[in-house]
Design a protein around this ligand. Sequence first.
Ligand code: PLP
Length: 374
Amino acid sequence: MKKVYLDNASTTAVYPEVIQEMTKVLTEDYGNPSSTHSLGRKSKSILELSRKSIAQNMNATAQEIIFTSCGTEANNWVLRSAVKDLKVKRIITSKMEHHAVLYTALVLEKDFGIQIDYVHVKPSGEVDLTHLVELLSQETKTLVSLMHVNNETGTVLDLERVGVICQEHSALFHSDTVQSVGKTAIDLQKLSVDFIVASAHKFHGPKGVGFAFVRKNSGLQPLFFGGEQEKGLRAGTEALHQIAGMAKALSLSYNCLEAHQSHILDLKKYLISKLELEFPDHKINGGSDAFYTILNVLLPFSEAKTAMILFHLDMKGIAVSRGSACQSGSIKPSHVLLEILSEEDLKKPSLRISFSHFNTKEDIDILVEALKSI
Ligand code: PLP
């Protein structure tokens, strides 16, 4: 049975070239980058070349890229240190964020007594920027934390505009860019963003490694102690094979960006045209302007069929997601769809179909045929 993987917002298949690079580093370059002997120095050079390559791809300086174990860690770090060390007294965020931001903000509210304000979200899933400006009129030291691309609906935030708004109101700006890094150009010299975070496994790199962009002189302090790695900002021996794999994956993604974008966009349009034909009553959650890699679609199925849909697709070798993967196994509706769908629509199945350049039209045909047979 052909496996059809359409759950790329959850995680992605690793590029063969990345596996090759990681295997080489694991085999040959096992020195500790902090050691002063030649094996250590070789590892240190791989580490710093990886940092430089990632920085170049994002138009940042190498010293602004700090390696972490994942996107979740990077989000936790930025938010916690902003409150603890940068004396942020209020976080403005949205109810549509990933739990790595939402739950962290709630813990910080409890631990430090900070204020949390949620910016309104429009029915399309977009953040209401007029409300953001209203919230920012309060004179409190504030961090705005809003994600670039929503991992469930693909709704896109205008990073440039929000950056300007934050700058005008002297607020710090953090964006969870886990779904967009490697999939759209991000120019950190042009954007007024203080912190962004990324995760390699979302752009065909390995799991268990990510990075934070921390703008120069931000004053961010470490979360972990016990080593001078990453200029003291992230103690712990660097996972060199993961980092080298991540740098390779990001370069490959950006080198092929246009080709991948147009291939994926074609597939998405093809799927939408087939859905229009076969399920004319479907609705696209999060608006038609959603990011090209994600299609969150509400299907006109009965409640009885809703419960079985993922199981049925899985039996046919098709991997898609209902809401966020982090909630898989849970029957609770996704916290994102809860914000934008009516009670009636929440009872119907919404599928998150997320693409990569490895997908083909045949994958789409198999998915649509499987949906027709439910
Ligand atoms: N933020 C967003 C928007 C995500 O989609 C994810 C992963 O699902 C994360 C953060 C967490 O990243 P990681 O899996 O690297 O911890």
